[in-house]
Every structure is written in structure tokens, then in C-alpha cells.
Design a protein around this ligand. Structure first.
Ligand SMILES: Nc1ncnc2c1ncn2[C@@H]1O[C@H](COP(=O)(O)OP(=O)(O)OP(=O)(O)O)[C@@H](O)[C@H]1O
Ligand SMILES: [Mg+2]
Length: 381
């Protein structure tokens, strides 16, 4: 029997929990050609939500295009990958090649079909003639116009998902944002979702004086409701023939600070451990056994992460962990954890957030990785 819990990848349909309101809104906004910004901290479920939305939109007849901006090593590589993703919405590869070659005639793209040993091969797109910065900018304008042309040529709604969109910032300063915004705003038949997992970068990008200011609705993804997630965990254990102790699901959610990724990870690993000892009952003790195993497996990584922190950052992080993220700035906390001047605590908190170790949630700081939090609590002094 397969493990019913999934983490570390976009969740398949049957492991996808809740998000009904978000999904409805995203599907209808994108179907109406809106330019949506989807923002949340890492691992909240943006990519999974987008996947579901695109499935729904395809069912309604839209052509969908998906790419992850952060996976490219240069601006040119991004434009090649993006052009390929756009062309690939045409399922017959010969037609895809003809369409793209005509649409980008002036840059003479090389469009090839790369067969694979199993299953369908894929298109590859290269722009060997583009070498100077000016040519690159011209190419960008042409590529960014493609979704609009696709919508017009095929007479279909087109939806584009650009995931890890904050990475666009590193390509070519502000000019990429400008060109993309300029192109997108004229494409009434094309919905865009720009998803990003560095909230501060993304918020800046939609701020005043930036090209995407007021370009469209902003969705800030929250955590999944703890009760809904808890029920899901319990049911999935039961469906696979296991008997979770009544307090188990809640304990998993609590331990994971209800971060979707961490919830699924703990549930998945606990399921595996119980399964491999041939058990059916799942107890809190099993959960803690699994936690201990995971902590020792991650020991080297956590050790290295800890070593990279300055002493002030270590003290601040320990304070956050031991205080449950609250009242870090109180005189009492400062004294108890020997934090020194408030300004150095502030600087350490900012540095920890920048390194993706901490995250500010309303008035509270949380450690992003709940295993690392447990490790700090148990193994550091
Ligand atoms: N709706 C959901 N139902 C169940 N599990 C979810 C859901 N959304 C996210 N998860 C869990 O969180 C993990 C991360 O989800 P996903 O990759 O979609 O998040 P993300 O916000 O795109 O993350 P990243 O910032 O790393 O790109 C998934 O592998 C899954 O374990
Ligand atoms: Mg993602």
C-alpha cells in the first residue's frame, strides 16, 4: 500500500486539502484574464494550488503555460524555456515548431524535438543569434508577446503561471519587469499568475513606482485550517488501514506549526515507520520516535547551518525557540537569553529571516523548519 502523505513535491489531486475558496478565486480571476500575484512564505502550497487551478482551467478549455523562473541560470535561458513552454501548449510538435518559428521569425529560433527513451519527448528552443544586450531585450519583447498571439491565433483563453517569480529580479534589473508588464497589460485574453515565495521581495515588486504596481489582484496564501488539515490526516491514516490515536493528528499539526510541508512530512514519515514494523495503531510515541529519527538524519545539515550563524544569531534563534516566538524584545527575554542590546537582536532577527531560518507571523516569530526548531531546542545550549 502506498503512503498517502506527500511532501517535497506538488501534491497530486487526492492529497490536496482544502483551499476551496482560494482555488475558486484563482480559477475565476485567471479565466477572466487577470494578472494575479500569489504570495506566501516557502512551502505553504503555492505550486500545488497553481497546479489545481491549471487543471480546472484546462477543463474549461483554456491553454495553460507553466514555468519556474528560478530554475534558469540566465535571462536568455529563461526566455528559451519560456518560449518552449508556450510552444508546447500545441500538442503536435511540428505545428508547435512552425508556429514558434513564424512568431519569432526575426530572431530565427532553433526549435528541435528531443525524443526520450520512454514516453513523449520534448521541444527544445534556442536563440543562437542573440548575443548582445539589445538583441536580448528585443527578443524578450517578442517572447513576452507570444501568449497574446497564441490566444488570438487559437481563439482560446490562455493562462500563464510563472512560479518563483521573485527570481526575475536577478536577470536584468528592472527592465524585465517593465517589458513583461508592458506586454501582459495588453493581453486581455491571457491570465497570469506570478507566484513568489519571498514575501518581502514580492511585496516590493508590487509596490509603488514598480512596473507591477496595481497590475492586478494580490492573493496572500495563508496556512490551511488546522481542523481541516487534522481531519484529513486522520482520515488518510484510517483509509490505509491504520488506527491513529485520537490526539495524533493534532500533535502532528502542532509539532509542524501547521506548515503544510512539515505536516505532510511528519505524517508521511510516521506512517512509514509504523508500516515497517507491521503495526496498525499509530501513537504519540510513534510520532516522537519518528521525530527522533528525522532529527538524527538531519544532524549534519543542522550542524552546518548552526555553524554558519554568528553568536548573536544563535542566541537570538535560541530565544525564539525557547520563548515560542513571543516577547523576544521584552526585558525579561533579553536578560534570560543574554541577548544584549535591542538593536543587535533586531539585526539578528532580520539576518535570520533573510536566511530563511525565521519567519514573522503576525506578532510572533516562527522557525521555518520545525525539525530545525526541535533540533535547536534539544541539541544547543
Ligand atoms: N493543499 C494542500 N494539501 C495538502 N498538502 C499540501 C497542500 N499544499 C501544500 N501541501 C504540502 O506542502 C508541500 C509544499 O507545497 P508546494 O510545493 O505546493 O508549496 P510552495 O508554496 O510552492 O513551496 P515552495 O515555496 O517551496 O515553492 C507539499 O509537498 C505538500 O506536502
Ligand atoms: Mg513552489
Amino acid at each position: 500500500m502506498d503512503n498517502p502523505f506527500v511532501y517535497g513535491e506538488v501534491v497530486p489531486d487526492d492529497a490536496f486539502v482544502d483551499r476551496e475558496a482560494e482555488l475558486d478565486r484563482l480559477v475565476s480571476d485567471l479565466g477572466n484574464g487577470q494578472k494575479v500575484f500569489l504570495i506566501s512564505p516557502r512551502r505553504y502550497g503555492k505550486s500545488s494550488l497553481i497546479r489545481q487551478a491549471l487543471i480546472a482551467l484546462r477543463r474549461r478549455g483554456a491553454l495553460t503555460i507553466e514555468t519556474t523562473v528560478s530554475s534558469y541560470s540566465s535571462y536568455l535561458a529563461f526566455l528559451e524555456g519560456y518560449a518552449r513552454a508556450i510552444a508546447a501548449s500545441e500538442s503536435k510538435w511540428e505545428r508547435a515548431r512552425t508556429w514558434l518559428t513564424e512568431a519569432l521569425a526575426s530572431t530565427r529560433p532553433e526549435v528541435r524535438y528531443e525524443p526520450k527513451d520512454t514516453g513523449l519527448g520534448r521541444l527544445s528552443v534556442a536563440f543562437p543569434l542573440v548575443t548582445t544586450g539589445r538583441e536580448l531585450n528585443r527578443l524578450a519583447n517578442d517572447v513576452f508577446a507570444l501568449p497574446g498571439k497564441l490566444a488570438a491565433d487559437r481563439k482560446r483563453t490562455v493562462v500563464v503561471a510563472l512560479d518563483e517569480f521573485q527570481a526575475i529580479d536577478s536577470f536584468n534589473g528592472g527592465s524585465v519587469e517593465h517589458a513583461l508588464r508592458g506586454a501582459a497589460q495588453h493581453q486581455r485574453q491571457v491570465g497570469y499568475v506570478f507566484a513568489g515565495s519571498e514575501p518581502s521581495l514580492m511585496e516590493k515588486m508590487i509596490g509603488p513606482r514598480r512596473p507591477f504596481y496595481k497590475a492586478g489582484p494580490v492573493m496572500r496564501l495563508q496556512k490551511i485550517s488546522a481542523t481541516v488539515f487534522g481531519d484529513f490526516i486522520e482520515q488518510r491514516f484510517m483509509k490505509t488501514g491504520m488506527k491513529p490515536e485520537p490526539a495524533l493528528a493534532e500533535a502532528i499539526i502542532e509539532l509542524a506549526s501547521n506548515l503544510p510541508y512539515d505536516v505532510q512530512r511528519l505524517a508521511h514519515e510516521t506512517w512509514d515507520d509504523v508500516r515497517s514494523k507491521g503495526g496498525r495503531k499509530v501513537t504519540l510515541e510513534d510520532l516522537h520516535g519518528t521525530l527522533t529519527r528525522l532529527l538524527s538524519e538531519q544532524e549534519t545539515i543542522f550542524e552546518a547551518l548552526w555553524q554558519r550563524l554568528t553568536l548573536q544569531q544563535r542566541a537570538t534563534l535560541r530565544a525564539v525557540v525557547l520563548q515560542g516566538g513571543r516577547d523576544i524584545h521584552s526585558a525579561d527575554a533579553r536578560e534570560r537569553h543574554r541577548l544584549g542590546a535591542p538593536s543587535s537582536t533586531q539585526a539578528a532577527l532580520a539576518a535570520l529571516a533573510k536566511q530563511d531560518v525565521l519567519l514573522k507571523e503576525a506578532s510572533r516569530y516562527v522557525v521555518v523548519d520545525s525539525l530545525f526548531r526541535e533540533w535547536v531546542a534539544r541539541r544547543t545550549f
